[in-house]
Design a protein around this ligand. Structure first.
Ligand SMILES: *Cc1c(COP(=O)(O)O)cnc(C)c1O
Length: 245
């Protein structure tokens, strides 16, 4: 468990959101960035649909989930609300069929085979998908994502896929208390984006930073921060539990 406070009312939820937005503004000001260029993506994994509905009432309307079937259940329960769903976790290709109907954004593309399957299915459904390529910047076995040197070739090969719109890169920093090591992961993602932009100027966004490290991520140029616990309170189980397949 950790220090994150679980809001007990709509008011408290709004206060958590406001505090984070304020914090984002303060960090951006300190490093000379425009906070309007930063998107806070609330992560609702493990929360029941009812709490997502409460978050909608608090003013949020895009939510990140890391498992497709869990996301699908909430999408179905909350179809009456104009929510945009983003899948931020690893996707097995046999689960593509569950996600293409309702997911608007996918932050964890990590193979050509998966891109191919996604594109095929999206063609059938006549939908487009906004995509981030997940890069393993920490070299940890436990993390998904392509190796940094594989990102450009993958993006090159994905140009053939009409339904995929690759807008950026995503990473999870090393699991460490050492700020220098965490920062190094974010820096290497940004550097990779600079290289890729020479060839693909539309690859602009950096999805990086979560509750424990979004301050560092913002300092290093994050445009999309994925925050769960700092908004909704501590989760009972460690992340390794949710990140396994
Ligand atoms: C859970 C999760 C997050 C958010 O983590 P918090 O600690 O709740 O902020 C971010 N990214 C991914 C891929 C996740 O699975």
């Amino acid at each position: 468990m950790n220090q994150y406070h679980t809001p007990n009312s709509l008011r408290e939820l709004q206060q958590n959101i406001e505090a984070i937005q304020q914090h984002i503004a303060t960090i951006c000001q300190r490093v000379g960035r425009d906070p309007a260029q930063v998107r806070l993506l609330p992560v609702t994994k493990t929360l029941p649909a009812q709490r997502v509905a409460q978050a909608y009432a608090a003013g949020l309307s895009c939510f990140g989930e890391n498992k497709v079937l869990e996301a699908k259940g909430k999408y179905e329960a909350l179809q009456h609300l104009p929510i945009r769903w983003q899948l931020i976790g690893h996707l097995q290709s046999n689960k593509v069929k569950y996600m293409t109907k309702f997911i608007d954004e996918f932050h964890a593309l990590d193979s050509l085979r998966l891109a191919e399957k996604l594109n095929q299915r999206l063609l059938l459904e006549q939908r487009q998908l906004t995509v981030f390529v997940q890069v393993n910047t920490s070299n940890e076995q436990s993390k998904f994502g392509v190796r940094p040197e594989q990102a450009l070739p993958l993006i090159e090969q994905c140009q053939a896929f009409s339904q995929l719109n690759i807008v950026g890169l995503m990473t999870l920093a090393i699991h460490s208390q050492n700020e220098v090591e965490v920062r190094r992961c974010f820096q290497s993602l940004r550097q990779l984006r600079e290289e890729i932009q020479q060839h693909y100027p539309n690859v602009q966004r950096l999805s990086m930073g979560m509750s424990s490290d979004y301050e560092i991520a913002l300092e290093e140029g994050a445009t999309d921060i994925r925050v769960g616990q700092a908004i909704f309170g501590a989760r009972a189980l460690p992340d390794s539990y949710y990140w396994s397949e």
